[in-house]
Design a protein around this ligand. Structure first.
Ligand code: C5P
Length: 232
């Protein structure tokens, strides 16, 4: 599994995204397009970034009835992204149907990853808001196993859980981990966070880093710091 740093391009427009990515003169970072940018610009932003040579994680976190997710994934598969995702909370059946929809007629497909629990959710929120009484680790591992049984490639989880997911689902089951912060940086709304170096130690395959890079004074330097800490 190729380890990499994925930059979360949480921008409101294509213009702002290009202005940000134009700073990276000699590298083409793996980028994540989330809801904000996709809803603002639509499929054209994916096509444009692909044309510019970026690998793309399309982070739309689908969660709906199985048939709707299947048909939506079929549309997304035509965008030729490298990775996309859904919520494991949508059930094993929904994940199986998603995989069917995502698979192109020639049998190829992007990596499909399941969100377990958002890294902004902690055990207290799970208990009080979602009425889930189990320990968060148990919930994350259960959702990861469901995703694996459904045939998915891996999960989005906190870097703090990546080691345990690998123990539970095997080392080839991909862990994509947001909630990454520099030791001397701001945490913001994220709750279950760690540093790129610690994420490497625990065994994340891909770290997703947004504001520590996008809001940095020198984003290229912050990206390189991430690469150095995470890949070495
Ligand atoms: O700015 P920050 O580094 O917190 O960005 C993290 C990115 O990862 C955001 O785009 C967020 O939507 C995404 N994400 C997350 N937790 C998940 C799944 C995705 O923070 N479980």
């Amino acid at each position: 599994m190729g380890k990499d740093v994925i930059i979360a391009c949480d921008f409101e427009s294509a213009e702002k995204t290009f202005a940000f990515l134009d700073k990276f003169t000699d590298k083409k970072p793996f980028v994540k397009i989330g809801m904000e940018l996709f809803y603002a610009e639509g499929p054209s932003i994916v096509k444009e970034l692909k044309k510019r040579g970026h690998k793309i994680f399309l982070d739309l976190k689908l969660h709906d009835i199985p048939n709707t997710v299947k048909k939506s994934m079929a549309v997304l598969s035509r965008l030729d992204v490298d990775m996309t995702n859904l919520h494991a909370a949508g059930t094993t059946k929904m994940m199986q149907e998603a995989l069917v929809g995502l698979t192109r007629p020639d049998g190829t497909r992007p990596l499909l990853i399941a969100v377990t629990q958002l890294t902004s959710t902690d055990e207290d929120a799970m208990r009080k808001d979602l009425l889930i009484d189990k320990p968060i680790d148990e919930v994350v591992m259960h959702y990861a196993k469901n995703a694996q049984v459904a045939g998915l490639d891996g999960v989005v989880c906190s870097p703090l859980e990546a080691g345990k997911v690998h123990e539970f689902c095997g080392k080839n089951f991909v862990t994509v981990t947001p909630g990454v912060r520099f030791a001397d940086g701001e945490v913001g709304d994220q709750k279950r966070v760690t540093t790129p170096a610690k994420a490497k130690e625990i065994g994340s395959d891909y770290i997703v880093v947004g504001r520590p890079i996008t809001a940095a004074e020198d984003p290229v330097k912050a990206y390189e710091r991430c690469l150095n800490e995470f890949i070495g």
